[in-house]
Write a protein that binds this ligand. Sequence first.
Ligand code: UD1
Length: 423
Amino acid sequence: MDRIVITGGAPLNGTIPIFGAKNSALKLQAAALLSSEPLVLENMPDLADSRFMAQLLASLGVEIAWIKEARTLRMQAAEISSTIAPYDLVRKMRATFNVLGPLLARAGHATVSLPGGCAIGARPVDLHLKAFEAMGADIHIEQGYVKAAALRGLKGADIEFPFVSVGATEHTMLAAVLAHGDTVLRNVAREPEIVDLADCLNMMGARVEGAGTDEIRIQGVTSLAGGKHAVVADRIEAGTYAIAAGAAGGNVLLQGARFEHLGALIKVLREAGVEVDAESRGLRIKRDRTQRLQPVDFTTEPFPGFPTDLQAQAMALLCFADGESRIRETIFENRFMHAPELARLGAQIAVHGNEAVVTGVERLVGAPVMATDLRASVSLVVAGLAAEGETTVNRVYHLDRGFEGLEAKFRACGARIERQKEE
Ligand code: UD1
């Protein structure tokens, strides 16, 4: 398995291009199942997860053409040749479960394995399934598979989610666009990726209103066309590089990063003493490392709150603050697995239930560490870049799921980071 070796201490100076959002791209890929015409996604991230989703779509009959130089993916589901998403293709990545709704809406039935994904909590799919039931689908779980049928089509429904779920919001949208009649979704997620999905579906001829608010209204249509859509910039990728520049110091332009998508992080960065400015081309991050960072308390919440996907990276930053920071994780119950790894570099972190207390230290010292999940892995890279000496991050396959060209982007800004291939 590959590992990443970092010699810390070099400030980051330069420009980092921000690519399309993984979490958006995966749902947009699933949207290709809704139309017999081609859907072309521009600004497509070339990641293990997006390649994996393409592989699953191909097994369902979607013709895939990936023009890597143009960062473009063309998908055409002229016919659905299979409505079965097998365990081997779904267990590795939770977002593949999102093919269920489109298959159900277009073909009237589907058999999809229950999902796997990062080991950050139980992550059930009960909200997804209840929404499909409310739309008239028959749902059974047999031997680890969800068997769903709506042979006369899905019906529009009024659905109030008991709590906010990004996945359930998107998945229900992906089915409701082809349902008979109107659907109202209440207490939905407001993430920028939801807006991106609504924009793409509307470009295909769907009638989705209210994305970005807590209520989405969808008027079902009988068919969708194809078209072209550019994937929204990855706010988690941008936020990660912003935090890395804050921790290592320097002056970095995050090209394409959107200020309005990163409000909660920017507030934390500024309170900690990192300068963040919006420029026409993106976000400028500056930090002078001779000044000690300040401690900050924050809580993860659905958008526009602080994203859980940036919690680990922000924890790595606050390890260097002059005082005590409190971090509360409210989205996933098992998302502090990076804390003991950061402690190997000398961080002082006490975890009590869903709260972590980080007592800042003046310096961290490099050590071998182990990546446990996608965002936790990159927090170890952030810590390693700002630590003294050599940090080796083992098991980096997690990183390849969500960060395209990570080492090259950091190296272009002066970081000493390289990948060692292992047999
Ligand atoms: C998505 C993101 C993930 C991010 C998360 C929260 C993708 C591919 N992944 O995950 O990176 O961390 O949003 O911003 O877009 N839940 C249930 N039942 C359900 C659905 C969810 O109990 O049917 C729970 C989850 O276990 C979790 C909470 O709801 O505790 C929120 O999860 P959700 O917003 O659905 O996250 P994902 O869509 O899985």
